[in-house]
Design a protein around this ligand. Structure first.
Ligand code: GLC
Length: 424
């Protein structure tokens, strides 16, 4: 089994290839290293984030509130969809509202929020960053400053129904797309494969994974879009053909994470591409508990390459009580809180040592697979105009999946749209 430091090195190498954040953006370089003195004010604060699917964020807030009655935290739950969460946070920042104090930022939003100065730089010396997975730390950085503390990391996994595979005489989960297609041919009467294919950030993740898993890349290390390649075509064709052949049930075109999870838990799917958070929830779902496992995503010629996801904690520039906010972020990213969160939610921690704790490995047999997937994970482009990048991807891919354009037309259009957005 690869050690976490090997994984960390692998992930760093991958992340280091995407240097767009340093190259683009309108934000000017921060001259001095921020200190915690700049973060003043104590009192009640809020945490704004997407749906608390495990309920554990509220639980951890309750623990904090008991210990800090003068500095309580109120959870503000935003919509389920990543894009809608971003939209609300951006609107809030544009009106300089102090309603949100701590922001749960998706890893792909750091550059935009930092360059626009919607979030405050965090004092690096208040966090022992050497203890966190380097790839996760990098997702919270912009121009050498830390704007969001690494909290939860993420990588796509293949959830599969062990019982259905066994019944069909299949001894191991598929490692390649052609094995997946063959397995789907053997299991009748149930939808075979799904991911998140609605027109939102999840589609960008699923598309990027398909391209990377065919040996391609959406944007190369110099920031040049690279989707007019045979590999990108093979990746997108895997999804387009999946819908055409019925391997992917047609309703999956409306799936975001929670829709996909519900379909799997209803027993409607054999295979599902999903993030680690589903493990804990499906382990309680009556129809599938004890009957599923996870494997690395399959790819064109062998195991695929998942997309690096995750969420980090930042402080809104317009908020009051920033000193409380910093303490709260330190609490949420501490070893004990991250361990408790893994136990309660199965979300991937950012603290490296947790992956090696035998008790955790015993409780979560998926941890080694998750480690391997993180080792392979590829970041999405880091760009201040990331929202334009992802919108262009979503439009092109959605048009191909719904038959409004061919794969070639979609990729050619995307190639020309991405250029000005990623090469700044
Ligand atoms: C997960 C990932 C996040 C990604 C989102 C897409 O929450 O952690 O990085 O953008 O899914 O829906």
């Amino acid at each position: 089994m690869a050690s976490i430091s090997t994984i960390a090195r692998g992930v760093v190498a991958v992340v280091a290839t995407v240097t767009l954040a340093a190259a683009c953006g309108s934000g000017s370089k921060t001259k001095s290293t921020p200190t915690s003195q700049a973060l003043t004010g104590r009192g009640p604060i809020t945490l704004a984030q997407g749906k608390d699917t495990s309920g554990n964020v509220q639980h951890q807030i309750d623990v904090w509130n008991k210990a800090h009655p003068q500095e309580t935290v109120r959870l503000i739950e935003l919509p389920e969809s990543a894009d809608q969460q971003r939209q609300q946070m951006v609107q809030n920042a544009q009106t300089k509202s102090d309603a949100y104090t701590v922001l749960n930022l998706d890893v792909v939003w750091t550059a935009e929020f930092a360059a626009n100065r919607w979030v405050t730089a965090l004092p690096k010396n208040q966090f022992d960053l050497s203890k966190f997975l380097p790839a996760a730390v990098q997702t919270g950085e912009y121009r050498d400053n830390l704007y969001a503390a690494p909290w939860k990391t993420d990588a796509g996994l293949l959830y599969y129904r062990k019982d259905l595979l066994e019944k069909a005489g299949i001894s191991a989960p598929p490692k390649t797309w052609s094995e997946l297609q063959t397995d789907c041919g053997k299991i009748k009467g149930v939808g075979c494969y799904a991911g998140e294919f609605d027109k939102y950030e999840g589609l960008t993740c699923n598309f990027s994974e398909a391209v990377d898993s065919a040996g391609g890349e959406v944007v190369d290390e110099s920031g040049k879009p690279n989707v007019n390649t045979p590999q990108a075509k093979q990746g997108l064709d895997f999804l387009v053909q999946g819908f055409k052949s019925g391997m992917i049930p047609k309703e999956a075109i409306t799936y975001e994470e929670e829709d996909a999870r519900r379909a799997f838990e209803k027993g409607d799917l054999v295979f599902l591409r999903q993030w680690p958070y589903q493990w804990a929830l499906s382990s309680k779902a009556p129809k599938v508990k004890g009957k599923f496992d996870v494997a690395p995503l399959p790819g064109l010629n062998g195991p695929g390459s998942p997309t690096l996801g995750g969420h980090n904690l930042a402080i809104s520039s317009f908020a009051k009580n920033k000193a409380t906010a910093l303490d709260f972020i330190k609490y949420m990213t501490s070893q004990d809180t991250e361990r408790a969160n893994l136990l309660a939610s199965s979300e991937a921690p950012t603290l490296a040592s947790l992956y090696d704790e035998p008790a955790l490995q015993k409780k979560f047999p998926y941890l080694p697979t998750l480690k391997a997937s993180l080792l392979n994970a590829k970041p999405r482009p880091k760009a201040v105009r990331y929202n334009d990048v992802t919108t262009a991807i979503q439009e092109a891919v959605y048009a191909a999946l719904t038959g409004k354009s061919t794969t070639d037309q979609a990729l050619a259009g995307l190639q020309s749209k991405l250029g000005p957005l990623t090469q700044q």
